[in-house]
Design a protein around this ligand. Structure first.
Ligand SMILES: Cc1ncc(COP(=O)(O)O)c(C=O)c1O
Length: 395
């Protein structure tokens, strides 16, 4: 903290901490800008014209995609809207969008306005997956039943790979296949999944996906987002889309032709030039993910969060865990529901004791030990402070 007091940072689900190499990567860009000016686009060690393109191999490894299928661009909600221009093409017979309960509000706003934009009624077109009483998460078999029931009138199935509120990790390959079997396009919001759990977007046959890099990828506040478009759409200039010069064919981008000729792959959706300053910390972070690899990150994450659950279960009373009990059905985050009316008071006590986590109305505290910088000792200390906070506020 700025006042020198010690903190316990368990908020990687919201904003990841700065990587050790982030400042140097940013410094390199500042130096190139100072020394090269406009020449920085095509000279220096990291020419800016290729800055985003160069990250595609690492991005591909992060989400299980071919380099051509991914792109760093814009930010998450912008990318959801942009990709929906191509992948939400409702007709009178097929206009619905299937989403999970507790879909992140930004996504819901995007879905509702996209539906209205196409002349449909969001209250009719949005199908929110039901949950069973007493369960905060969705069961895969229930999701498949809804897809079967509404699939023939559904244009798009779009869930969060890991739900922001409950922390549930969905069975993405099974749901993607069910959506396809019903003739739907299947997209994923991977804000809480990228850098948190292993992803195999290409092999799972996902149509498109978007994510941010400021949570588990640690690329800094409002870092540029990532997008995936499956290779089967790579050379489909006929797909409706919004366009701009950075998505134009690289070989003629600077020949100032009038007609848009999309670059093959996800880059064809890029539109605008890469924000170099805010992409620099991402470059540093992706190098770290390349070095460590998602399997090792996930292995430590499962142990850390498993330990957290074990300690929480030993406390037992005053709260329950909203995240599914099966470790294969969640990532780093556990969502805790404090019983009674003291949730906010518990959260405030955590804060007074240096714990940085987050609160989601009406009664949810999200805790996310991030394997890249949290330790088992952090988890143990949290459990002690949490137990004391529950005792202090017991009604
Ligand atoms: C699941 C999910 N979707 C969308 C967003 C919105 O992100 P942005 O403001 O980068 O568009 C967030 C932000 O936390 C999120 O968690």
């Amino acid at each position: 903290m700025t006042d020198g007091s010690e903190t316990l940072y368990l908020c990687g689900n919201s904003l990841g901490l700065q990587s050790l190499d982030a400042a140097a990567a940013l410094g390199d860009v500042m130096t190139d800008w100072a020394e090269l000016g406009i020449e920085g686009y095509f000279s220096g060690d990291n020419p800016w014209a290729d800055y985003g393109t160069e990250l595609r191999a690492s991005e591909g490894r992060l989400v299980g995609a071919h380099p051509e299928e991914v792109i760093v661009m814009n930010s998450l909600t912008v990318n959801i809207n942009l990709l929906m221009v191509s992948f939400y093409r409702p007709t009178a017979d097929r206009f619905r969008i299937i989403i999970e309960d507790h879909t992140f509000p930004s996504d819901q706003y995007a879905f509702r306005e996209q539906i209205r934009y196409h002349g449909f009624d969001p209250d009719e077109a949005l199908i929110i997956l039901p949950r069973r009483d007493e369960e905060d998460w969705h069961r895969t078999e229930d999701i498949l039943r809804v897809i079967e029931e509404y699939g023939s009138s559904t244009a798009l199935v779009m869930l969060g790979g890991v739900n922001y509120y409950t922390g549930q990790l969905f069975d993405m390959p099974t749901i993607t296949k069910a959506g396809h079997d019903a003739g739907c396009i299947v997209g994923w919001d991977l804000a809480h999944a990228a850098g948190n759990v292993p992803l195999h977007l290409h092999d799972w046959d996902v149509d498109f996906a978007c994510w941010c890099h400021y949570k588990y990828v640690n690329a800094g506040p409002a870092a540029p987002g990532g997008a995936f478009v499956h290779e089967r759409f790579s050379r489909r200039p006929d797909l409706k889309r919004f366009a701009g010069w950075w998505g134009h064919n690289r070989s003629t981008r600077f020949q100032w032709v009038d007609e848009f000729d999309p670059e093959p792959g996800a880059a064809g959706w890029q539109m605008t030039n890469t924000p170099i300053l805010s992409t620099a910390p991402l470059k540093a972070s992706l190098a770290m993910f390349d070095e460590i690899g998602m399997p090792a990150i996930r292995a430590k994450s499962m142990k850390l969060t498993g330990y957290l659950r074990q300690l929480l279960e030993a406390i037992g009373t005053g709260f329950d865990i909203m995240t599914p009990p099966d470790p294969e059905q969640h990532g780093a985050q556990l969502s805790l529901r404090v019983h009674g009316t003291n949730g906010r008071a518990v959260f405030d006590i955590l804060k007074q004791n240096g714990v940085i986590c987050d609160w989601r109305n009406p009664n949810c505290i999200r805790i996310s030990p991030a394997p890249l910088y949290n330790s088992f000792e952090d988890v143990r200390r949290f459990a002690i402070i949490f137990r004391e906070a529950l005792e202090e506020t017991a009604e």
